[in-house]
Design a protein around this ligand. Structure first.
Ligand SMILES: Cc1cc2nc3c(=O)[nH]c(=O)nc-3n(C[C@H](O)[C@H](O)[C@H](O)COP(=O)(O)O)c2cc1C
Length: 182
C-alpha cells in the first residue's frame, strides 16, 4: 500500500507542509509506504494547451508517481475561499490527455492548515469537487486545523484531542486504501 503525498503550498515553512509531515508519520506508523513530493522544487510551469503532447519532465514525474500509488494525500491551504491557483494548475496539467489521467481510481485524503478560524473548509470542498471530477475516490471529510501555529509545536499537537481526530481520519484512510488494494 503506497500513498503519494504533497502539500499544495509553495511557501517556505508552510503550515500545510508541517501538517503533511505529521500525517505522513501517522501513516508510516500504520505500515503505509510514503512517497512525499516537493511541489516547490518541481517548479511546474503554467499549463498551456499548446504544449499538449510535450509535458515538462516535472509533470511526467508527478503523473508517474500518482499512478504508482493507491492513495494520494494532499495538504492544501485556502486562498480567497478556494484552493491555490498553483494547485489547480498542477491538477489541470496532470489531467491531460484525459486517457492518461493518473488520478482515476486513486483514494484521496485531504488535509488543511490555516491560522484563520475557518479551517480551509471552503478550499477542501472545492478541491474535493475537482478530485471527484478526475475520478478519485475522495475520502469523506477532511482533517483541518484552524489557528495552526497555536495548535502545534515541535512535538506535534498540543491538544491530545486533535491528535485523536487525526488518528481516526488516518484509520479511515487506511481502511479505504485496503479496500481499494484488493
Ligand atoms: C492570496 C491569499 C489568500 C488567502 N486567503 C485565505 C482564506 O481565504 N482563508 C484562510 O484561512 N486563509 C487565507 N490566507 C492565509 C493562508 O492561510 C496563509 O497564507 C497560510 O500560511 C497558507 O498556508 P501555508 O502556510 O501552508 O502556505 C490567504 C493567503 C493568501 C496569500
Amino acid at each position: 500500500m503506497k500513498v503519494f503525498a504533497f502539500s499544495g503550498s509553495l511557501r517556505t515553512g508552510s503550515w500545510n507542509e508541517q501538517l503533511l509531515a505529521i500525517a505522513a508519520r501517522g501513516l508510516a506508523a500504520r505500515g503505509v509506504a510514503l512517497d512525499v513530493w516537493n511541489f516547490k522544487a518541481a517548479n511546474v510551469p503554467i499549463y498551456d494547451p499548446d504544449t499538449d503532447g510535450a509535458p515538462p519532465a516535472a509533470v511526467v514525474d508527478f503523473k508517474a508517481r500518482v499512478r504508482g500509488a493507491t492513495g494520494v494525500l494532499i495538504a492544501c491551504p485556502e486562498y480567497n475561499y478556494s484552493y491555490p491557483g498553483a494547485l489547480k494548475n498542477l491538477l489541470d496539467f496532470a489531467s491531460r490527455p484525459p486517457a492518461e489521467n493518473p488520478f482515476k481510481g486513486r483514494v484521496t485524503a485531504q488535509l488543511g492548515a490555516t491560522n484563520g478560524p475557518g479551517g480551509t473548509l471552503q478550499a477542501q470542498a472545492m478541491l474535493r469537487h475537482v478530485l471527484a471530477g478526475l475520478g478519485c475516490h475522495t475520502l469523506p471529510g477532511a482533517f483541518t486545523v484552524s489557528r495552526f501555529t497555536e495548535a502545534v509545536d515541535a512535538q506535534g499537537f498540543k491538544e491530545p484531542r486533535q491528535q485523536q481526530t487525526l488518528d481516526a481520519f488516518l484509520d479511515r484512510f487506511v481502511d479505504e486504501l485496503r479496500l481499494r488494494s484488493r
